[in-house]
Design a binder for this molecule. Structure first.
Ligand code: FAD
Length: 385
């Protein structure tokens, strides 16, 4: 290998930036290649998971590189979930038996900016924005990019893919014999809507993740620091009450008002959000292995590039952050033998990622259907004494 100190990280999203922090701490020279412009200078994309729930798994990974405090300063703790029945009745369930533990609502774009700032403040880290990876030669570590100034190339002995669920790096690996990949789409889509602040205050309790369970469908809402809530509708793609069936703003609004009446009353921009925010897809992706060794380079996958999961357990980013911890541990154990460390990291993390993927799928049924059922509420009450 050319130099064990040079690493290319493709994707300066949440996991790519945290990976850069971990590697810089070990003394690596890290270049982040990101297809978008610098997120610190651009507005967040409309309707793309504006906020996230970060839990102890993710906080632990941040803490190990001293970033937990700065990240958590901007977070809103949610110690439980608030269920909204169709008639507007509210019921609250703590997430932990002692009621003291919380998950935390945080803005995706703020978190990304904080992690990017932290990475770029470390010695040896630089970022190339508006560099979309279009090609990769695994043997040499040569990468091809599209940039506003035309094609560009670069190479590195270690290439780490943190370029998300539709990873271009992984796309190149999929052509190699022995590389396994699967993807499963749910027959559901999601759309983001907003409950704005009312008279400068939160229109709902900000100390909860709000859920409107509706059997085959549901909506959730997480608080934002500007006192708004970002709501996410998870609806079937086709059939009655689906995105396909409710294909005009009028049909949608009539259905929404009938089924989510309390939220409807708080959403003056509903029609605009519905018309302009995209319908997102829900996919589980699995890969095996998570690393490929070429003649003079090694390529590894982290975050959604290795394991995209559906969002119902709120663990995709948390799980990606745990990848950084495990890779760091494996580098330590192997004396920074990157190919060996990546092989260990992949074999250890895969089982965990597969389990979280299954839990996330199961939790969709619980959230949309069971959290409101009488037997579920009774069981919870018994659990909490
Ligand atoms: P991404 O965040 O997708 O970042 C990938 C980066 O790579 C991007 O910056 C992208 O521009 C860049 N890139 C892509 N292609 C290229 C290319 N060809 N060349 C160069 N750069 C490229 N997780 C949680 O933990 N908690 C939650 O509450 C939660 N809620 C969610 C809600 C929804 C609706 C969705 C869809 C997801 C949610 N997730 C949640 C999951 C979480 O968003 C992902 O797991 C997380 O963003 C993965 O981070 P990543 O860095 O691997 O990928």
């Amino acid at each position: 290998m050319r130099s064990r100190h040079e690493v290319a990280v493709v994707g300066a999203g949440l996991v790519g930036c945290l990976t850069a922090c971990y590697l810089a701490r070990r003394g690596y020279e890290v270049t982040l290649y990101e297809r978008r412009p610098d997120p610190r200078e651009a507005a967040p994309e409309r309707g793309r998971s504006i906020n996230l729930a970060i839990s102890e798994r993710g906080i632990d990974a941040l803490r190990r590189v001293g970033l937990d405090e700065v990240v958590m300063k901007a977070a809103l703790p949610m110690p439980g979930r608030m269920m909204h029945a169709p008639d507007g009745t509210l019921s609250f369930q703590h997430y932990s038996a002692d009621g003291l533990r919380s998950i935390n609502s945080i803005s995706r774009s703020d978190l990304n900016r904080t992690l990017l700032d932290a990475a770029l403040a470390m010695p040896g880290v630089r970022a190339c924005f508006e560099h979309r990876l279009t090609g990769l030669d695994v043997d040499s570590g040569r990468m091809d990019f599209e940039t506003p100034d035309g094609p560009a190339t670069a190479s590195a002995p270690v290439v780490l893919a943190a370029d998300g669920a539709y990873s271009a790096v992984r796309g190149r690996l999929q052509f190699l014999p022995g590389f396994g990949f699967s993807q499963e789409y749910l027959d559901y889509g999601y759309k983001e809507l907003t409950i704005p602040a009312r008279d400068g205050e939160y229109a709902l309790d900000p100390g909860a993740l709000h859920i409107w369970p509706r059997g085959q469908a549901m909506m959730i809402a997480l608080p934002n620091p500007d006192r708004s809530f970002t709501c996410t509708l998870f609806w079937p793609k086709s059939g009655p009450g689906s995105f396909e069936a409710l294909d005009t703003v009028e049909r949608f609004e009539e259905f929404f008002a009938a089924n989510y009446a309390d939220a409807h009353a708080l959403m003056p921009d509903l029609a605009d959000d519905y018309a302009h925010n995209p319908i997102g897809h829900l996919v589980t992706m699995r890969t095996d292995p998570w690393q490929v060794r070429g003649a003079r380079a090694v390529v590894g996958l982290l975050g959604d590039a290795a394991h995209a999961i559906v969002p119902f357990y709120g663990q995709g980013a948390n799980c990606g952050f745990e990848d950084c911890v495990e890779l760091d541990r494996c580098l330590e154990e192997t004396g920074d033998d990157f190919p060996e460390a990546l092989a260990r990291y992949g074999s250890r993390r895969k089982e965990h990622a597969d389990t979280i993927a299954e839990l996330a799928l199961t939790n969709f049924v619980e959230m949309r259907d069971k959290v409101a059922s009488r037997s579920f509420l009774l069981r919870k009450r018994l659990e909490h004494g």
